[in-house]
Ligand binder design. Structure first.
Ligand code: NDP
Length: 332
């Protein structure tokens, strides 16, 4: 498949260029807001064409798909242009700055008949696939609660717009709460009804929050507790599901790497669950390619991206107002 990269980003350089090529993709072009940066990025990554003109990029090379990884405020306009040009779109999270815009993107892709996917990598992890398999096999019974530990230490090279630019979609809520919301949705197959939350800046955020804690109520009656931060150097991540027959306690699984440990604890004792160590982004691109060929669906589609954004938006509202807040899924 012939791809264009929209955004000369770190995530593309560090994960997605390799994943796209590993799945047989031919990356023909890259877009940057700066022509010079586009040319330098193209040369560094062996991409034939660098451009600062979105319309020209979409018109050239008979592209079939684009991967959008610009800062968050640009996703909407760029995705809408790509959809209008008939391209399949793999878009980074959060899909847009508002739920309404994200819904518009999903509807436009449906009308155009193109595949539109959200790059939620965690549901591709071998660890989370193993957790979900155990859950669906009834190993822990009915889920009572979920605890998500996603407090990390943002590396220096990512401390740009994320920590000081709300207009670009900075802040830990748009950055990480969306991933946690999607992971909970992946496991439980349901979405929060209401949330309460508090957020703050504990040293890194300037004009945006760098830490957040929230509690979500689920339609089944289960409760979710989530903690996200950019400032925790030693916490490590984790994901726990507690049920009527057992608990799943996973550590170091809210990451980009295929690592971590999973413990299943039941009345019979404790058991370590094994899982595949395949590349998360490679699996996401493979499923996207299959969907573009008419087989199956992406790992996370546009509706998944709307749902995760809606939860993040509700958490942000709840933190700002101090009110228990209903999640508005924008009619999807
Ligand atoms: P970057 O800061 O690396 O890239 C975002 C934009 O910043 C680029 O498109 C580029 O603009 C500009 N930029 C990047 N590096 C430079 C530089 N050295 N000099 C000047 N401008 C620069 O962001 P990320 O890669 O961290 O994130 C991009 C998107 O991907 C976000 O939406 C984020 O939420 C998402 N993301 C998703 C992850 C996942 O696992 N799913 C992980 C990380 C990020 P231009 O293109 O105009 O040159």
């Amino acid at each position: 498949m012939r791809w264009g990269l929209i955004g000369a980003s770190n995530i593309a350089a560090n994960h997605m260029i390799g994943a796209i090529r590993g799945a047989g993709g031919d990356i023909r072009s890259v877009l940057s807001s700066s022509g010079a940066r586009a040319a330098a990025y193209a040369a560094e990554h062996g991409i034939p064409r660098g451009s600062d003109d979105l319309e020209a990029l979409l018109a050239a090379d008979d592209l079939e798909a684009v991967y959008i990884s610009t800062t968050n405020e640009k996703h909407f306009v760029q995705a809408m242009a790509a959809i209008a040009a008939g391209k399949h779109v793999l878009c980074e999270k959060p899909l847009a700055m508002t739920v309404g815009d994200a819904v518009t993107m999903v509807r436009a892709a449906q009308t155009a008949g193109v595949v539109f996917a959200t790059n939620h990598h965690l549901r591709n992890a071998g660890s989370h696939l193993a957790i979900r398999a155990a859950l669906q096999a009834g190993r822990i019974g009915d889920v009572l609660s979920v605890r998500v530990f996603h407090a990390v230490h943002l590396p220096p090279f990512l401390r740009g717009w994320r920590i000081d630019n709300p207009a670009a979609g900075g802040g830990v809520i748009p950055d990480i709460v969306v991933h946690d919301a999607d992971t909970v949705r992946f496991h439980l197959g349901e979405d929060p009804v209401e949330v309460v939350a508090m957020s703050g800046a504990s040293g890194m955020g300037k004009g945006v929050e760098d830490s957040c804690m929230s509690v979500w109520t689920m339609p089944s009656g289960a409760m979710v507790m989530a903690h996200e931060s950019f400032t925790h150097a030693f916490a490590k991540t984790g994901f726990e599901l507690h049920g009527t027959k057992g608990s799943i306690v996973a550590r170091n699984v809210m990451t980009q790497a295929p690592v971590g440990e999973i413990l299943l604890r039941t009345g019979s004792g404790e058991e370590a669950l094994s899982f595949s160590d395949h590349n998360l982004y490679g699996r996401a691109v493979g499923l996207f390619n299959d969907a573009c060929a008419g087989n199956g669906r992406p790992a996370a589609d546009g509706i998944d991206g709307v749902k995760s954004l809606a939860v993040a938006a509700a958490v942000a509202d709840a933190a700002a107002t101090g009110q228990r807040t209903a999640v508005n899924y924008g009619g999807i």
